[in-house]
Ligand binder design. Structure first.
Ligand SMILES: Cc1cc2nc3c(=O)[nH]c(=O)nc-3n(C[C@H](O)[C@H](O)[C@H](O)COP(=O)(O)O)c2cc1C
Length: 479
C-alpha cells in the first residue's frame, strides 16, 4: 500500500511538473487598471458596432487588452464581486480564455490578471477555415462551466451558457466599437482541439469567440504575415512608385506594348522570419519604412537575432544604419563570401560603412546550388547561389516540416515582363548574362518543385506561386 502511495506521489509530481512545463515560458500577465474615461458615447458605440473581419497584425497595447477584458467580464462592483456581464442566477459561468501568439491564458477577473494555460500559438484553432481570425493578435474564447449551474437540467444549463456567453461577446463588441478596435463574434472554432489544449474539463463548454485587433489602416497595409510550416514570414513593404522601362535590357517596343502598356510600378520589400528559435530579418530595404513596419509587428531592433542579406545594393541595406551606426545591436549579419569580396574591394561608401559597422558580427558563407542537400546556414534555412545581379547575389530557402518557400531577392525586378520573358535583364545587373541564367535556373527549380516564392521587388504582398506555361512562367500572388 505504502509503495502504491509512493508511486501515486511520483506520478502526481511528474504530472504537475509536466503541466507547469507546458506553461513554463509564458508568465502571468498583470493587467492595468481599467481606464474609465475612454471611449465614445454609448449611442455612438451602438451606431458604430459591426462585425469586422480585417485585422491589423499589430499587437494590442497592455491598456487596450486590460480594458477589453474588464469590459468583457471584469468585476465592476468589487464589494460584491459582481461583473460587467450579467449571468443567469449570477452563476458567473463564463471564463474567458485569451489566445495570443505567445500562448493561451485564462482571465482571472478577481486578480485582473492573465494566468498562463499553454505556451504556443493556438489562434489557428480559433480561426479554422477563416484565416482572417488567425491574424487578429488576440482571440477571446468564452467558455461556460456548466457545473456552476448546480442541479439545473442539461438543456437549461446549455441555454443559460449560450445566453451568458452571448452577453459577454456583446460587451466585447460594444467595447471595440466604442474604443476603435475591430472584432466579430464567431461560433466557428475547433472545439475538440481547443478542449485538449486548454485542458478543459467535461463540464466546460467553449461557446463563442471574438478575435480582436486594431482595424486595418493605411500603415498596417504595408505588413502581412504568412505561415511557412512553423515559421512566420512577414512581408515588410516600402512602396516606391513608377519604374522606368529604360532600365530593361533585351525588350522590344512590341513586348513593352504587350506586357507593360501602362509602364510598371516598383516596390521594395524586406522580410521578417520568425522561427520557433530566432527572429530573422532578410534584407533591410531602403530604410524608409523598416522601423515603422517592425513596430507594426511589435518587434524591437534589439530582438533581431540574424540578418540575412541577398546582396548589398542600397535598397537592401538602407535600414541597417542610422546616422552611420548600426541599428540592430544583437544581430549576426550573414552575407555570401563572393558578395563580401565584391563590395569590400569597391568604393561604395554605404556598403563599406555597413561592413565596418557590423564587422564583429559578420558571418560569411558559401551559397549552394538549388536542390543541394547541404545545410550551409542553420537548420531550416539554406543560402542558394543566384549570382549575376551582383556577384554574390543569394536567395534563401526556408524549410519547416513539409513547407518550403524561396526568398529570391532581386531575381526579378519587373514580374509582368520577366516572368513570361526571363531573358530580359536590367541595366543594374552587374553581369546580365549570369543574372539571366540564375533566373532561368531558379524559376525552373521552384516551378518543378512547387516551392512558393517571395521577392524584394514583387508587388505587395510579394508572396506567391510560380508555374510554367511551356514557354515562360506565370506568377500568382498569395492572398
Ligand atoms: C452566434 C453567432 C455566431 C457567429 N459566427 C460567425 C462565424 O463563425 N464567422 C463569422 O465570420 N461571423 C460569425 N458571426 C457574425 C455574423 O455573421 C454577423 O454578426 C452578422 O452577419 C451580422 O453582421 P453585423 O455583426 O455586422 O451586424 C456570428 C454571429 C453570432 C451572433
Amino acid at each position: 500500500m505504502k509503495r502504491l502511495c509512493n508511486v501515486c506521489i511520483f506520478f502526481t509530481i511528474l504530472f504537475v511538473s509536466m503541466m507547469s512545463m507546458s506553461a513554463q515560458k509564458i508568465e502571468p500577465l498583470k493587467l492595468n487598471k481599467p481606464d474609465m474615461s475612454r471611449g465614445s458615447s454609448v449611442m455612438k458605440a451602438f451606431a458604430d458596432r459591426h462585425s469586422e473581419r480585417d485585422f491589423s497584425e499589430k499587437k494590442l497595447s497592455l491598456q487596450d487588452l486590460s480594458d477589453l477584458l474588464w469590459a468583457a467580464n471584469g468585476i465592476n462592483r468589487p464589494e460584491t464581486g459582481m461583473r460587467t456581464a450579467a449571468s443567469a442566477l449570477n452563476k458567473q459561468d463564463i471564463d474567458i480564455y485569451v489566445i495570443m501568439e505567445e500562448g493561451a491564458y485564462l482571465y482571472d477577473a478577481k486578480e485582473h490578471e492573465l494566468k498562463p494555460v499553454a505556451e504556443g500559438d493556438y489562434r489557428p484553432l480559433i480561426a479554422v477555415q477563416q484565416e482572417f481570425a488567425a491574424k487578429a493578435p488576440v482571440s477571446l474564447l468564452m467558455v461556460s462551466d456548466l457545473s456552476r449551474f448546480g442541479n439545473m437540467d442539461e438543456a437549461g444549463k446549455k441555454n443559460c451558457a449560450a445566453l451568458d456567453a452571448g452577453i459577454v461577446s456583446q460587451n466585447i463588441s460594444l467595447f471595440c466599437s466604442g474604443c476603435g478596435l475591430a472584432t466579430v463574434p464567431r461560433g466557428s472554432m475547433n472545439t475538440k482541439e481547443l478542449t485538449e489544449v486548454l485542458n478543459l474539463s467535461p463540464s466546460q463548454l467553449p461557446v463563442i469567440n471574438n478575435p480582436v485587433g486594431y482595424p486595418v489602416t493605411e500603415e498596417s497595409k504595408d505588413v502581412v504575415t504568412f505561415d511557412v510550416g512553423k515559421f512566420k514570414l512577414s512581408t515588410l513593404s516600402e512602396k516606391m512608385g513608377a519604374g522606368n522601362t529604360q532600365t530593361l535590357i533585351g525588350v522590344t517596343p512590341e513586348l513593352i506594348q504587350k506586357y507593360l502598356p501602362d509602364g510598371f510600378r516598383t516596390e521594395v520589400n524586406a522580410f521578417l522570419v520568425k522561427t520557433p528559435e530566432k527572429t530573422i530579418l532578410i534584407d533591410a530595404g531602403l530604410g524608409q519604412g523598416l522601423s515603422k513596419n517592425l513596430k507594426t509587428l511589435n518587434v524591437q531592433a534589439g530582438q533581431i537575432d540574424i540578418i540575412l542579406l541577398t546582396h548589398m545594393h542600397g535598397d537592401h541595406i538602407g535600414g541597417l544604419l542610422s546616422d552611420e551606426k548600426k541599428v540592430f545591436p544583437n544581430a549576426d549579419l550573414f552575407l555570401s563570401k563572393p558578395e563580401y569580396d565584391y563590395w569590400i574591394k569597391s568604393d561604395n561608401k554605404r556598403a563599406k560603412t555597413v561592413l565596418e559597422a557590423y564587422k564583429d558580427r559578420l558571418k560569411l558563407f558559401q551559397p549552394v546550388e538549388p536542390g543541394s542537400k547541404k545545410q550551409n546556414l542553420f537548420p531550416g534555412i539554406q543560402g542558394i547561389a543566384a549570382y549575376g545581379h551582383t556577384p554574390g547575389h543569394t536567395a534563401y530557402l526556408l524549410e519547416s516540416g513539409s513547407s518550403k518557400l524561396l526568398i529570391w531577392g532581386d531575381l526579378t525586378h519587373v514580374m509582368a515582363i520577366q516572368m513570361p520573358h526571363p531573358e530580359i535583364a536590367m541595366t543594374y545587373d552587374v553581369d546580365a548574362k549570369q543574372a539571366i541564367n540564375s533566373r532561368k535556373k531558379l524559376l525552373e527549380f521552384v516551378a518543378k518543385n512547387n516551392i512558393p516564392v517571395a521577392g524584394m521587388h514583387i508587388l505587395f504582398p510579394a508572396v506567391g506561386e510560380v508555374k510554367t506555361d511551356g514557354q515562360g512562367y506565370l506568377f500568382t500572388q498569395k492572398k
